[in-house]
Design a protein around this ligand. Structure first.
Ligand SMILES: Cc1cc2nc3c(=O)[nH]c(=O)nc-3n(C[C@H](O)[C@H](O)[C@H](O)COP(=O)(O)O)c2cc1C
Length: 305
């Protein structure tokens, strides 16, 4: 019997639905699938209030862990052949619950010397968050053997508008009846079941060497090269903001978070389009680097920096 553990944190259930669909085609008489939901001791709100949404930024970005409810003993005591780690991106970083788990002793116990497949469901900016997860997996002595990254496939700015409607309004519905539904589409969530087949094969053969190649051939990751530069630049600026904001307390913090909110709106609506235009203008001279970056961020390798 092969033992698979699905570890996840999903506020609205979107990521959980994807994980269930993937698991549906991994499971058979010889595979036992267990689920472990990461539960923060202090619940994160959903729907989000604007102030709480921005207030999570400094701790998320600086990857400061929060206390979690202990992992159930029956999960912790078993040895798993494969772990599927479902995470979402918050502020270009793995969400606080996922980061907290990956920095815990329990993660070390569960992931040590274990093959891991990452599954993310974000708006569309997941690339640098995945790099941070890669590092945390190495710190836990885990081996990343596959990655599936699902996103909202609508235009970047459309997805910004619709995700606010979803996360602050609480419903994954068409805003004003005319915008597309936010998040990963219903079709993509359902079609995620196709990823289970190559995972099941690799699990039975205990050979993951071709898994990422096989997953890529069925569309597990589509790197949008125009978002790579935005994600990298975003990380540089967020580092400055987060280190500044973390030092502020009480009313001072509240005041600076308002400035941060306006900065974020400015970055999304003015800086990101400029970065996109620069990307287009330099597309041909940068063609080879773009292809290299696309291949790297679709892979499970980790650059040494
Ligand atoms: C505080 C916060 C920050 C987020 N930041 C990002 C981000 O930087 N990039 C991105 O692609 N999605 C971002 N998202 C969207 C999430 O990755 C995710 O798709 C959404 O919250 C639904 O996930 P769920 O399965 O937990 O409900 C953010 C969501 C939240 C709540």
């Amino acid at each position: 019997m092969k033992e698979v553990l699905v570890i996840y944190f999903s506020q609205t259930g979107q990521l959980f639905d994807i994980l269930k669909n993937i698991s549906s085609t991994i499971s058979n008489a010889k595979v036992n699938i267990s689920y472990y939901e990461i539960v923060p001791a202090k619940k994160f709100p959903f729907p989000w209030k604007e102030t709480e949404f921005y207030d999570t930024f400094p701790e998320t970005f600086l990857q400061i862990p929060t206390p979690l409810v202990a992992v159930p003993a029956e999960i912790l005591q078993k040895k798993y052949d494969l772990v599927i780690l479902g995470f979402t991106t918050w502020y270009l970083t793995p969400s606080i619950p996922i980061n907290s788990f990956l920095k815990s002793e329990e993660a070390r116990t569960l992931l040590n010397n274990t093959s891991v497949i990452t599954v993310s469901a974000s708006r569309n900016m997941w690339i640098m968050a995945q790099e941070k997860v890669k590092k945390l997996l190495i710190a836990n002595n885990a081996e990343l053997v596959g990655n599936i990254a699902l996103v909202d496939r609508n235009l970047n700015h459309i997805s910004v508008i619709t995700i606010v409607h979803w996360l602050m309004g609480g419903k994954k519905t068409k805003m004003l009846g005319i915008f597309p539904k936010p998040g990963v589409s219903t079709e993509d969530i359902e079609a995620a079941s196709r990823f289970g087949t190559p995972i099941q094969d690799a699990l039975h053969q205990n050979d993951y060497s071709n898994l990422q190649k096989n997953l890529l051939s069925i569309g597990a990751v589509k790197v949008d090269p125009s978002l790579i530069a935005t994600d990298i630049r975003g990380n540089i600026v967020f580092t400055k903001w987060a280190n500044h904001l973390i030092k502020k307390e009480g009313e001072e913090r509240k005041k600076w978070l308002v400035y941060f909110k306006y900065y974020l709106l400015f970055a999304i609506w003015l800086i990101a389009p400029i970065v996109f235009i620069v990307f287009l203008l330099t597309y041909f001279p940068m063609y080879r680097k773009i292809q290299r970056d696309k291949a790297y961020y679709s892979s499970i390798a980790l650059k040494q920096d």
